[in-house]
Write a protein of this length. Sequence first.
Lengths: 219, 225
Amino acid sequence: MTQAQYIEKLHRHGRRFMIISTVLMLLVPFVFSWINNAWPTWDLIVKGFMTVGAIYIPIGIIETLNYAPMLGVGATYISHVTGNISNMKLPAALSAMKQANVEPGSDEAEIIATLSVASSSIVTTIIIFVGVVLLLPYLGIVQEFLGPVTDYLVPAIFGALGLVFVVRHWKLTIVPLTVMLLLFAFVIKDPTIQPVFVPIASLLSMVTARWMFKKGWVK
Amino acid sequence: MNFFSLYIIGAILISYVLFESVVIYRKAYKRGLELGMTKTQLNETTRSSAIFSIVPSLPILIGLVTMIPLFGNVVIPWIRLSVIGSVSYETYAASQIKQAAGVASLTENLQVYSTAIWTMTLSILSGMIILIFFYKQYTNKLEAIKIKNPRWSELLIAALFMGLVGTIGAQQITMGGYNALALFISIAIMAVLALISRKFKWMEEFALPVSMLGTLIALYFIMGV
């Protein structure tokens, strides 16, 4: 089997996986409405789409196009059903690729990323399930101890992971990091909105990387 | 309100996703061996990713608990956090509907409740829909870039990632306080571990989880002082 054939099969499988998952996800509100005979009202659904859909539908599309090249095919399908991509699946996959010494985008990286994201998804699903069943009565206590620190999980992951990649491609970091620092310090000051700028920063980073590549500053 | 049937659908959905993760994992594993990768390499990836994922899973669990009062049960938070979505997204979506309907609690009105879960589900599906219809063409395009210029293709992926690192890095730095501190502690621990693992190769596997956990432990003590 060639890599192209493997990817082709993966797409066929992945598509089926997406369709069945979408249907099952939609069954949750459907069955709730049906059993309780409570269907959403139009005015509320429209309001919901204006405040939630209008933001998250475009984010979902752009994020998918942004993360897919980094993750590869198998990992993209799994991570788009299981979620937590930027804070868990992507760091896991990138760190695994670095450790296995494979270049992102290569045939080997496709395999490493898939194994990494699949194991990460399985572990999280099991932890959540076991946690719900076993720990529910004690979770208040866990929250009291861990709660304040877990707010800082994102910097705790991105410091370490960022360092590895910044050292390797430091020239590519300068423009996106500087622009984002200026933007967040002076214009967009609300940290809850800031992650929405990831695709814009990626686009900016891509354009400057292309320019540096053409100038021969990065090889 | 009747939630029993939702436990069954939740169990089916989550088992199905788990099953597919295992199936795709096995396919990739087999393909990896075909490509001449070693079992040690593949198993190491599995182990290190599994270990890494334990700590970031805990806040999801804690987030789940914080969602229970909003939804009045555990089944909706459990389903929504086991599949795509996040504590912040689900809470935001549900609160918007609650506000729009002008109720004190979602559970007091069935129609409001139903609208909330419909909105949460529909607004997060766009990524999956894109994958169903356009992903294959998109990968073909990426593949064409790779064949035309392999070096640029590598840089392109690195550049996309730098967008993420730049945004999150800038966010944490401008937030200042413990956020910036956590970022720098994590960088420092990783720098030390990277130097050590040059000598001891096996350490590499633990570099990321140890940096992450080390940072959280350090913060716990700093915040306590």
